[in-house]
Design a protein around this ligand. Structure first.
Ligand code: GLN
Ligand code: ZN
Length: 775
């Protein structure tokens, strides 16, 4: 086989089974630790490079051991030190000019410079971070202007291919696609209004040409170009997107020196972009058959389709029979079919090995990355050799699926009966005017009432106490006392500062979802099930496998204790149903809305108990409401209906004089403003400091009549804003929202902050509030 394919030579055969990507942080989060040590100055760039290389090579060996081919491009090379979109900004030479000083003499960035672009330094703001499609992964937003110069400025993708080749693997480099890259970019600061990054498509394509030539010269037979943007409904006109796709891929297909092109479109259906890619002549097309589908009438004759039949975004064991049926259905449309994961596996943990505490039963229902690779190898064998060749594996999968469906915990009569009793009245509270009057009477809060979002700094002492307790080195009673002491000190601090509505500080919570998952029925938690959230940050989603029920109060004793220490109201603090779902691995055997209502009902009971314990203000956080918004417009209103309903089910039992708060972690309300109104909370706190209250005029013109707390402190950085700065933000807020509807609070919880900046900033916040109140 020749090293280099070109437009006229046929592409090498695509392997029978593959995955779109593999976790890149390391089985024991080696890369996380190496990055953090490098950032602290405790290790060198060479140390970091060597850990990264070990992670990459270990992944290759692992994937080969699981049955992917060493030499047939079935193993993807999808490593990144921090983020794949950042890698693309660096590789295409379009790093914003504010980072010029960090550029190396011969161009490009070393890992220190790369880290500055990711994390900022001094007055250099990092690239903005935002959610990747409808996942909980965050990418760094490229900044593109009319003046940006595109050039191939890094050969890391080529180097990593060569490194693998030297270790005996012919891998498939994975590169963000040109459309995805540009449509997810934002205009650079100096771009004129109206400029769109996609206007630079031709220039970017020239850089892809160079990159593909380099990869071909290095011996890459296939390259994977990820174009998830093609499945999403975005602001840009669809016909423009399709025209750009046609143009981009005609260009890349026509190159003389290039590897075969595999264009992957995870996260949903390609829809009308599928024929566009096929007609452009790309060598293989990846489609997501877990979230999406192909129309039954599309003609795929002659196409190679990489059928994403194994869920890359969730952890359930695959229904292999159904997966084979889906692959066959695509083959029946005329395509040559490869089986694959629906998305990159970097959304799921490495392996179930080491999770034996979950018990044999639950374990047998699950598949993390490694187990999914094994499933794909099984599916490929079934297609190539016939099902009899893998009869054992197919039988095991069938048995596990059956056991899961029949398990009493996945279908509890008590939970089902309780939900069946819910009637429409359970979603409604009394009119806001009556609630507002009752609450004013009860709390006598001043205009511009001050509060915080919930958590106070999670100090090393708190973490140490929790770790010791988990290991059995600290008794329950001693742990309880340590947390109470922490709560007492947080309450005292807030009283000294003069806040109006206090919080208990959430010291007892390892994580705002896992804390509840550990107390509710229907969940389990892993030991090492980490997935990358951004950069070196990982989260450990809980597993929501069964019917959800509350067997005992979850937060009441902490809230009650905190309230006993102060005459001021202390907020009860809960995580909302949508966020609990979004940040867990959720069962896929019933509609999400049903699961959300089960959680909603459990929270409703908790709220009743908090009220009975004398807690008058209760906050139910929904920071993930925006994140789960479907990529397809046609699915959004159904989503917003069930998500808003589950929140209302949780909160509408509250009495009129109980003040319900909610908190949302973003400021882009745009398409969900009706839904936020629909939550019907008495007070909603949002992020607003960085965007300088930009969203408030829209909220005002929407006719929002309840109370709102636009954040005045960007808690994502340790920077302390001055009293003057906070005063200006508050005045800006008052320009849009009447003072009696306004609250004063930070953007989000303070758990990642230290006490020094927390105390100082809250002092400034209160000084600013007094200034704006005019007292
Ligand atoms: N109450 C939570 C906290 O303060 C909210 C966190 C969040 O919105 N992500 O930590
Ligand atoms: Zn938040």
């Amino acid at each position: 086989m020749s090293d280099i394919t070109n437009a006229s030579a046929p592409a090498p055969a695509f392997p029978g089974g593959t995955i779109l990507g593999y976790p890149r942080i390391g089985r024991m989060r080696e890369l996380k630790r190496a990055l953090e040590s490098f950032w602290k100055g405790a290790s060198t760039e060479a140390d970091l490079e060597s850990v990264a290389k070990e992670v990459r090579l270990a992944n290759l060996e692992r994937l080969a051991a699981l049955g992917l081919g060493r030499a047939d491009s079935s193993i993807p090379s999808n490593f990144s030190f921090y983020d794949h979109m950042l890698d693309a900004s660096v590789a295409f030479g379009v790093v914003p000019t504010r980072f010029k000083d960090y550029e190396l003499e011969h161009g490009g960035f070393d890992l220190s410079g790369y880290s500055v672009i990711a994390r900022g330094e001094g007055d250099k703001a990092p690239l903005e971070m935002t959610k990747w499609f409808d996942s909980n992964y965050h990418y760094l937003v490229p900044e593109i202007g009319p003046e940006s110069t595109f050039e191939l400025a890094s050969l890391r993708w080529v180097d990593e291919f060569v490194e693998a080749k030297e270790a005996g693997f012919v891998t498939r480099p994975v590169i963000p696609g040109p459309l995805t890259f540009l449509y997810l970019s934002k205009p650079s600061d100096d771009a004129p209004t109206g400029f769109e990054p996609i206007e630079r498509l031709d220039d970017l394509l020239a850089t892809y040409d160079d990159l593909l030539a380099e990869l071909a010269a290095a011996g890459a037979e296939w390259v994977q170009i990820d174009e998830p943007i093609l499945v999403a409904d975005i602001a840009a006109d669809r016909s423009e997107v399709l025209a750009n796709a046609a143009k981009a891929y005609a260009n890349l297909v026509g190159l003389e020196k290039r590897p075969a092109l595999f264009v992957a479109a995870p996260y949903h259906s390609l829809g009308d972009a599928l024929p566009v890619l096929k007609d452009a002549g790309v060598d293989a097309i990846g489609i997501d058959l877990v979230r999406g589908s192909v129309p039954a009438d599309v003609d795929l004759t002659g196409a190679t389709i990489v059928a994403g039949v194994v869920d890359g975004h969730n952890i359930w064991r695959t229904d292999l029979d159904e997966a084979l049926r889906k692959a066959d259905a695509v083959a029946a449309l005329g395509a040559t079919v490869t089986v694959s994961s629906s998305t990159s596996l970097f959304h799921v943990p490495h392996t179930l090995q080491g999770e034996e505490h979950l018990g044999e039963e639950l374990l047998s229902w699950l598949a993390f990355a490694d187990e999914k690779v094994a499933e794909i190898v099984t599916l490929a064998a079934a297609r190539e050799q016939g099902e009899h060749a893998v009869a054992g594996a197919l039988g095991e999968a069938r048995a596990a699926l059956k056991a899961r469906a029949e398990h009493p915990g996945t279908n509890r009569a008590d939970v089902r009966d309780a939900l069946a009793e819910v009637d429409p009245g359970w979603f409604e509270r009394g009119p806001y005017s009556a609630r507002a009057a009752a609450q004013a009477n009860r709390f006598h809060l001043p205009e511009l009432a001050t509060t915080t979002i919930g958590s106070f700094p999670q100090t090393p002492e708190i973490r140490k106490a929790r770790a010791a307790w988990a290991k059995g080195e600290l008794s329950d009673a001693d742990y309880e006392q340590a947390m109470k002491d922490e709560i007492a000190s947080v309450v005292r601090l807030q009283e000294d500062l003069g806040l109006d509505v206090l919080v208990h500080g959430e010291a007892e919570r390892n994580d705002m979802v896992q804390y509840f998952a550990e107390l509710l029925d229907g969940f389990d938690v892993t030991k090492n099930g980490w997935v990358q959230s951004y950069g070196s940050r990982c989260t450990r989603p809980s597993i929501l496998w069964g019917d959800v029920a509350r067997s005992a109060p979850m937060t009441v004793r902490w809230a009650e204790y905190a309230q006993s220490l102060s005459d001021k109201p202390v907020k009860g603090m809960l995580t909302g149903p949508v966020t609990i779902l979004a940040w867990s691995f959720v069962r896929d055997d019933q509609p999400l809305g049903d699961t959300a209502n089960q959680v909603g009902l459990a929270l409703r009971q908790e709220i009743a108990d908090l009220e009975a314990a004398g807690i008058g203000i209760i906050q139910v956080d929904e920071p993930a409401l925006r994140e789960l918004l479907p990529l397809k417009k046609s699915e959004q209103s159904a989503y917003l209906d069930w998500s808003v309903n589950s929140f209302r089910l949780a909160t509408s039992g509250a009495k009129d004089d109980t003040q319900v708060h909610t908190h949302l972690c973003y400021s882009e309300f745009g398409e969900i403003i009706d839904a936020i109104d629909g939550l019907n909370a008495d007070v909603t706190s949002i992020e607003a400091a960085r965007s300088r209250m930009e969203v408030l005029p829209a909220i005002r013109s929407h006719g929002y009549e309840r109370q709102i707390g636009p954040g005045v402190w960007d808690i994502h950085s340790p920077r302390v804003p001055s009293t003057q700065e906070v005063t200006e933000l508050l005045q800006l807020a008052k320009d849009s929202i009447p003072g009696k509807q306004l609250w004063v609070n930070p953007d989000c919880g303070l758990k990642t902050r230290g006490y020094a900046e927390t105390t100082e900033t809250l002092t400034h916040m209160l000084e600013a509030t007094r200034a704006v109140r005019g007292v």
